[in-house]
Ligand binder design. Sequence first.
Ligand code: FNR
Length: 363
Amino acid sequence: MMKLLTPTKFGAIDLNNRVVMAPLTRMRAAQGDVPGQLAAQYYAQRASAGLIITEATQISPLGKGYPGTPGIYSEEQIKGWQTVTSEIHAKGGKVVMQLWHVGRISHTSHHPEQGLPVAPSAIAPSGQVFTAQWGQAAYETPRAMTQEDILALIHDYQCAAENALRAGFDGVEVHAANGYLLDQFLQNGTNHRTDEYGGSIENRCRVLMQVLEAVIGVWGSDRVGVRLSPYGSFNDMSDSDPVILFNGVIDRLNPLHLAYLHLIEPRSTMAGGSDQVVQDMPSTATLFSERFEGKVLMAGGYNKDNAEEAVTSGHADAVAFGRLYISNPDLVARFAAGAPLTPYDRATFYGGTEKGYTDYPTL
Ligand code: FNR
């Protein structure tokens, strides 16, 4: 039997197998950024995964950067997520919520009352942003966060973690990858601060550590994971020395005894936003997985064969699949049967309704 199909444990969370559904933004939330009945159906269809990680979910209005992404700061949102978690649990699945703040990857149209997007430093990303009207615009230059803003941010994470607990999740994943706010603090291409939140690695890790302290206070460390993307360039990210930085991050995560560390391979361009595989990228599994003392979840460009290789070689305890989970709701059964996989249709990744969302076939 494939090791991929054997059970494991992430902290206090029991996984029936090591095939994990990666977090996947699908931009189909209803009015008020509430996940609807269709989202509950979509996730329940994928409940045979060892663990489902939800699409990135904004902790506050200011944390939003795309149209149609769900939140976890209002009563209606909590109710919507309660339906999702109970349908997954009814099918024997496990699910954690990915907590998200986009930082500078936003536009005023998403949060007109709060104004400009915020970031560690006032540096605009290159490229185009999605507006609230599903249009494209040039990125605005974000407002550099004050220390007061950072205190408010930690509070928002704590409230979101409490809301996720009420919504019936099995845990939470703190999204510190792919160029969103916490990653913007970690990497020095986006963090030019001169206060206690910038400069040294200790300082650049400070917001992440404070967020984790708040979230762990709600959940306990054995139900909290973190996602990192060393060498990822999506969302115009860069760091002068990713090895020193991410070794430093992992060294600070180790004493927390988290449920798991989730690492993305940079070979998947644009975080899965393109099908081109970048050759000659360093492997984050090789560089970083052994430094972490707990369970490691690997993602980015995995298929059945290289995933099995990763769990048998010890580079990963489990593997997350993104694009394959979009088009194969019964991915576990297909791996077990050696059955062919359904190809995904990129045109229906974002927005719309059932098409490309809940209508992919099972075996
Ligand atoms: C993603 N990815 C992603 N990552 C994340 O941390 N939060 C998210 O909400 C999303 N949303 C998202 C949407 C879509 C449509 C794609 C294709 C990707 C990245 C994803 O989790 C994964 O890391 C990449 O897709 C690479 O893995 P695969 O697709 O090669 O298995």
